[in-house]
Design a protein. Structure first.
Length: 192
């Protein structure tokens, strides 16, 4: 069995979330600086291993006051929990390009099982620039992963009431992670 090792390119990998706001719309936020690792044998993708770390301190919604509130103990409590992690433990191939990846998601120090629906977008040989020089080509692969979580499961439970008993923030949060993975050249792209 030959396994390839890929690292998530943090400049082109990001997580986005959206939650209901004031009962009428959604607010979206972004988390950049996502680092991760994928180890996979193309002939046995169900045995793949995936890990990711998200820097929660740099949450961005486009509104500085809201971003500060999200970083506070009311929501993400980044002073005590600056990173989130995901460690995949089970992968099921649903079709040639679709997978379910189940693993442990840790937010605010709380770990819960989560399943992501993952779509493999393909791979391509591309330039690789370092210090103004193209050291490529490097092989890149793309994935989109989606899930829906209940924020209360992770003790992200701040809320307030609006007219007629409505809530400021909905419980369910939609998550989309776009991954650009680069084949690790340090191992010739493979290891056993």
């Amino acid at each position: 069995m030959v396994t390839t090792r890929w690292f998530f390119e943090p400049g082109h990998t990001a997580a986005e979330f959206r939650a209901r706001h004031m009962m009428v719309t959604y607010v979206r936020g972004q988390l950049k600086n996502v680092h991760g690792l994928l180890e996979v044998d193309p002939d046995h993708p169900e045995q793949a291993r995936v890990e990711a770390t998200v820097d929660a301190t740099r949450v961005y919604t486009g509104e500085p006051q809201r971003d500060a509130h999200l970083r506070s103990a009311d929501f993400f409590d980044v002073e005590h929990h600056p990173t989130w992690t995901f460690i995949g433990s089970r992968i099921e191939q649903m079709s040639g390009t679709e997978f379910e990846v189940t693993g442990d998601l840790t937010v605010r120090g709380v770990t819960r099982p989560v399943t992501f629906d993952v779509i493999y977008l393909g791979q391509w040989d591309t330039p690789w620039w370092e210090e103004g020089r193209d050291l490529g080509p490097r092989r890149r692969a793309g994935f989109t992963a989606t899930t829906r979580i209940n924020r209360h499961d992770f003790e992200v439970s701040w809320n307030d009431v609006v007219d007629r008993g409505g809530l400021v923030v909905g419980a369910m949060v939609d998550v989309v992670v776009d991954v650009e993975a680069v084949l690790d050249p340090g191992l010739g792209g493979t290891f056993k």
